[in-house]
Design a protein around this ligand. Structure first.
Ligand SMILES: [Zn+2]
Length: 310
């Protein structure tokens, strides 16, 4: 019995080692700026839907806040957040909004204005806001919920995450501008964009460490629930192989409706398969039937009916 356990532990370690190398290679290709080429060519017909931003456009950045994972050594997105596992910023693919419904208004603004950079901020373990990294934006596409619903996915040509810097330790003008009250996103000036991008570019690149941390948290979820993303009923990490499934048009049952990103009860009902699921934010795909755009908020009486009948 002991020998068998040891054998399993050894093969698990070997698998993990291979996985780590894979992540390192992924990080290297991101740093080498090859992701834009990947997304525009590897995805075949789906890749053709990506539209490149003008490469020589003037600098225009957005500051974006995300929930950091309380269990993480580095402030990656809140993968283990209970009943609200976060998939963005999805640094594994260098995308934002491809898989989640987070910050729809910001994504629409970025596409409308042709923004060049997306800068990320988070509160590591409840501390003050810190600057954590950036995307150099390369391309966009209408998201699964459609351009009419204001849903766009963004893809980066460059991804760089760094040792987090507290806002108060940024150069004084940036600290003042970013220290004013803003909640989820803020449009920046050309000068602020230029300065933040230069500041991040000058710091050691820790993207591969962030990728490993995402993987560690996902495995923690999987150990406890069987899923890397429990409320999504998702067992696997995110890769570009998932892009095609999320770039299909929404299911006919979705009816082209614009759906609120919040449910008063935290419960959602599927128009296609009638499943009821619990998750903090609206999910693009129904965890049960995998159709896109079919979830609707459930009100308290509807949830009470489900609880009574279960
Ligand atoms: Zn469904």
């Amino acid at each position: 019995m002991l020998a068998r356990w040891n054998q399993a532990a050894i093969s698990d370690r070997a698998a993990r080692h291979t996985r780590c190398n894979g992540l390192q290679r992924l990080a290297t290709s991101i740093v080498a700026g090859e992701r834009a080429l990947d997304l525009l060519s590897v995805n075949g017909a789906e890749g053709a839907r990506w539209r490149p931003f003008e490469p020589d456009r003037p600098p225009l950045g957005y500051a974006s806040f995300y929930y950091a994972d309380d269990l993480a050594a580095l402030p990656v997105r809140a993968v283990t957040r209970i009943k609200d596992n976060k998939s963005d910023p999805n640094i594994e693919t260098g995308t934002y909004g491809l898989f989640s419904t987070c910050q729809e208004r910001m994504r629409a603004g970025i596409v409308k204005h042709g923004a060049s950079h997306l800068f990320f901020f988070a509160r590591p373990r409840g501390a003050e806001r810190h600057l954590t990294g950036m995307y150099e934006l390369a391309a966009w596409t209408p998201g699964a919920l459609g351009a009419d619903a204001g849903d766009f996915a963004l893809a980066a040509g460059g991804v760089r995450f760094i040792a987090p810097i507290p806002l108060s330790q940024l150069p004084s003008e940036l600290a003042t501008a970013l220290g004013t009250r803003w909640r989820l996103s803020k449009q920046l000036s050309a000068a602020q964009t230029h300065e933040l991008a230069a500041l991040i570019a000058a710091k050691p690149d820790m993207t591969s460490d962030y990728l490993l941390e995402v993987d560690r948290l996902e495995r923690l979820n999987k150990f406890h629930s069987g899923y890397r993303y429990p409320t999504w009923q998702r067992e696997d990490p995110w890769t570009w192989a998932d892009a095609a499934a999320y770039m299909r048009p929404a299911d006919a049952a979705a009816g082209g409706a614009r759906v609120s990103n919040a449910s008063p009860t935290g419960w959602w009902g599927c128009e296609a398969c009638d499943a009821a699921i619990e998750n903090g934010a609206l999910l693009k795909a129904c965890p049960s039937c995998r159709k896109l755009g079919t979830l609707r908020p459930l009100n308290a009486p509807a949830v009470a009916r489900i609880v009574r009948s279960s």
